[in-house]
Design a protein around this ligand. Structure first.
Ligand code: ADP
Ligand code: 5GP
Length: 210
């Protein structure tokens, strides 16, 4: 069985990574989404345990202290982190895990013992004007929150070169196509196909018996 991949998607807020992540999950239902824990308040429509585990700062900090987090970081004044348990379970089953996390989380996982299983993808917006218009169009945050996210975008974008792949999300269908192409190529890497040696042995046996 091959080891599961850790697929990390990062972008400035509003560039489209949640949209891409949702599509990817319905494209391949074996992929597990890493549901993060956060201290931020749920947005309308968000459910505890689906988009995030919404936790108090106190509970979150205990999770960090007891080593339950694979990575964690402060983003926009709230704490966010990826619980370790589900990721380890998915890897054991040979399933890929998808992370929607910021550059700080990406760095921590890449530098962890799981680094060799990481495939990281950065999503860029086609322009800053379009980024702002997508954030406003999402209509989920106040003007103040949107201004804060725009200010943070420059910092997030400055980390683009730390990622294995970069997708510019102009047209969502094209961007999604690019995402699935990356995943398919990474799954085909020789190291990620543990059955290949055995398969080539059977080819050689076939040669020998001709
Ligand atoms: P993120 O998760 O990066 O914060 P979202 O996936 O929530 O971003 O996308 C922000 C908004 O932009 C959403 O309303 C989404 O429907 C829209 N959006 C995403 N990709 C595109 C695209 N290629 N063209 C136009 N709108 C898009
Ligand atoms: P939002 O509040 O819009 O859902 O997310 C804000 C930012 O936090 C996004 O850039 C998102 O990728 C990031 N984020 C979400 N979960 C995690 C996490 O578990 N760890 C880290 N480091 N960042 C996260």
């Amino acid at each position: 069985m091959r080891r599961g991949l850790l697929l990390i998607l990062s972008s400035p807020s509003g560039a489209g990574k949640s949209t891409l992540a949702r599509r990817l999950m319905s494209w391949d239902r074996t992929i597990r989404f890493s549901v993060s824990a956060t201290t931020r308040q749920p947005r309308p429509g968000e459910e505890d345990g689906r988009e995030y585990y919404f936790r108090s700062r106190e509970v979150f900090e205990t999770m960090v202290k007891t080593g339950e987090m694979l990575e964690h970081a402060e983003v926009f004044g709230n704490l966010y982190g990826s619980p370790k348990g589900p990721v380890e379970a998915a890897m054991k089953e040979g399933r890929d895990t998808l992370f929607d996390i910021d550059w700080q989380g990406g760095q921590q996982i890449r530098n962890s013992s799981l680094g060799r299983d990481v495939v990281s993808i950065f999503v860029l917006p086609p322009s800053i004007a379009e980024l702002e218009s997508r954030l406003r169009g999402r209509a989920q945050d106040s003007d103040e929150v949107i201004a804060g996210r725009m200010a943070k975008s420059r910092d997030e974008i400055s980390h683009w070169a730390e990622y294995d792949y970069v997708i510019v999300n102009r047209d969502i269908d094209t961007a999604f196509n690019e995402l699935t192409t990356i995943l398919q190529a990474e799954r085909l890497k020789r190291d990620r196909q543990p059955d290949l040696s055995e398969f080539v042995r059977t080819l050689n046996t076939e040669f020998a018996s001709r």
